[in-house]
Design a protein around this ligand. Structure first.
Ligand code: HEM
Length: 275
């Protein structure tokens, strides 16, 4: 029998606050909160795709460090700092909700209410920790220790999902999307946390270039960009498939997605290898 959770006071406050937005309350009443969550997942995924392109572009300025530093100086203001922190919201939401879907599809965890509650708690803790480090900006995390732990956790999650997904009858691309998703949970959340703990690692050309001389960091970044672009590309492809029936338009858009992801992959890999 399915357990029904008692809604806490904080949760009912959040729900009633969200219900004040007419569009949210309309869909929450007519289609349910899970409909809104899946839309949120989709929009957050698309926002992250946009950010990845912007990120590759900004990092390409490192070929002329002075330009990169000038740009970072220009962006070093309250509005952009806030936006940089706010980017953690779609990331943590998409990652945790993606994790929830994987738990549901592969590990048959059906206690959605409990999982969503934990998603909200962990998500809030994560964005507050990031905000704290952004404001405090004092500690420097040890690079080898931080990344060794993150990599080990990613590999464990990756192996658990590979082991489970292997026996399902889904297409290989679908399986790869879930596998890449699982691998990215610790990697991307770790990446974002690391950049907030070590502010200079994301904003100072000298520090970034020095970091990229490390073969371990180079290798990890290479794996991450390939995994990420595959996941994002397949994600956009599945959105197209949801709205456009098989035919010439569907094929053309799919080709466009492959070309854009391949070009981004080329520039991303060239950046990591050449810098
Ligand atoms: C960090 C870990 C991540 C996890 C756990 C994750 C998980 C998932 C899952 C499980 C899906 C399938 C949803 C479905 O079929 O209903 C998905 C879709 C998608 N993901 Fe991710 N993802 C992650 C990171 C990213 C990143 C970094 C991007 C973009 C750069 C991205 C872009 C997308 C897109 C565009 C979709 C399609 C959305 C849809 O069909 O509604 N994801 N993700």
């Amino acid at each position: 029998m399915e357990k029904t959770l008692r809604v806490t006071r904080v949760e009912s406050c959040i729900i009633s606050l969200m219900g004040r937005f007419p569009i949210l309350s309309y869909y929450a009443n007519s289609r349910g909160w899970s409909f809104l969550i899946s839309w949120g997942h989709r929009l957050a995924g698309l926002a992250l795709v946009g950010y990845v392109f912007a990120h590759i572009y900004t990092l390409s300025l490192l070929f002329t460090p002075a330009t990169f530093d000038a740009d970072m100086k220009f962006l070093h203001n309250l509005v952009f700092t806030f936006l940089e922190w706010a980017l953690a919201i779609p990331l943590i939401f998409h990652s945790l909700n993606g994790g929830r879907l994987i738990l549901y599809e592969l590990f048959h965890v059906r206690e959605d209410e409990i999982v969503i509650r934990w998603m909200v708690i962990l998500g809030l803790i994560y964005i507050f920790i990031l905000g704290f480090f952004f404001i405090a900006q004092s500690p420097q995390a040890s690079v080898p220790l931080f990344w060794s732990i993150t990599l080990v956790v990613s590999l464990v999650v990756f192996l658990l999902v590979v082991n489970k997904i292997w026996r399902t009858g889904n297409s290989i691309l679908w399986k790869l999307q879930r596998i890449t998703a699982a691998f990215m949970i610790p990697m991307l959340l770790g990446h974002m946390l690391f950049m907030h703990i070590n502010y200079l690692t994301g904003h100072d050309s000298k520090t970034i270039l020095l970091r990229l001389q490390d073969p371990f960091v180079k290798g990890m970044d290479l794996v991450l960009i390939v995994v990420l672009l595959f996941h994002a590309g397949y994600g956009v492809f599945s959105i197209i498939a949801d709205y456009i029936e098989p035919g010439p338009l569907n094929k053309s858009l799919t080709c466009l997605v492959i070309i854009v992801m391949a070009i981004s992959g080329y520039f991303g890999i060239r950046l990591i290898v050449a810098l």
